[in-house]
Ligand binder design. Structure first.
Ligand code: GLN
Length: 204
């Protein structure tokens, strides 16, 4: 397959960082703001940001329905942090009626780590990522409270008050949806994005 076209949802969030990592891995990475742009992509990244704002903007830019549709049809997607919230079927601690793209059969708790530990870093063993543990940066991060039968846990926090909490999962109809509570786009380690590109190649 020639370079896959990977969109990055670009109405809000840390879009540039994802575009940079994807481009560095040889993907054709493009910002997505309109339905017509979404039509062109083989896979989509939902960045970190503020999920309530991202959802509202997706609705007002008439991107929410096309997003729900493409994800339901099996488009691979990777959500980091707020992006994980957008892919979740169920949100705890969301705003009333917070719209979601869905597809990932998990309950995600927003701002789960609490005010005391708004931001922290940890090294994680990550299923499907070989070599050194993944250094993870958490910023007002969600965690995965529970997972449906078709969802695989890829990483958990080890130690500290959040010991055992699930922070990376893979699910969807055939494993095409990847989500992390943390921000692999911020640490210069491309291995989680590489895993996503592998998923995209497998699907096409
Ligand atoms: N707390 C944010 C939200 O609920 C997510 C934070 C992030 O993406 N860094 O959307």
């Amino acid at each position: 397959m020639s370079a896959p076209t990977i969109g990055v949802f670009a109405l809000q969030g840390d879009v540039r960082e994802h575009l940079r990592v994807l481009t560095g891995l040889g993907a054709h990475a493009v910002p997505v703001r309109r339905p017509g742009e979404l039509d062109q992509v083989d896979g989509l990244v939902l960045p970190g940001g503020e999920s309530t704002t991202m959802a509202k903007l997706a609705v007002s830019f008439e991107l929410m329905e096309p997003l729900q549709k493409r994800v339901a049809q099996g488009m691979p997607a990777f959500g980091s942090c707020a992006g994980m919230i957008l892919l979740a079927e169920h949100i705890e601690g969301g705003t009333v009626g917070q719209p979601t793209i869905g597809g990932l059969d998990v309950v995600v708790r927003r701002n789960a780590f609490g005010r005391q530990v708004d931001s922290f870093e940890a090294d994680l063993d990550f299923v499907g990522v070989a070599g050194e543990p993944v250094h993870a940066v958490f910023i007002r991060a969600p965690w995965v409270e529970s997972t449906g039968a078709e969802v695989d846990v890829l990483a958990r926090v080890e130690g500290g008050p959040a010991d055992g909490r699930v922070v990376a999962v893979r699910g969807g109809d055939g494993g095409q949806l990847l989500a992390t509570s943390f921000h692999p786009e911020l640490t210069g380690d491309p291995r989680v994005h590489e895993l996503f590109l592998k998923i995209v190649r497998e699907r096409s």
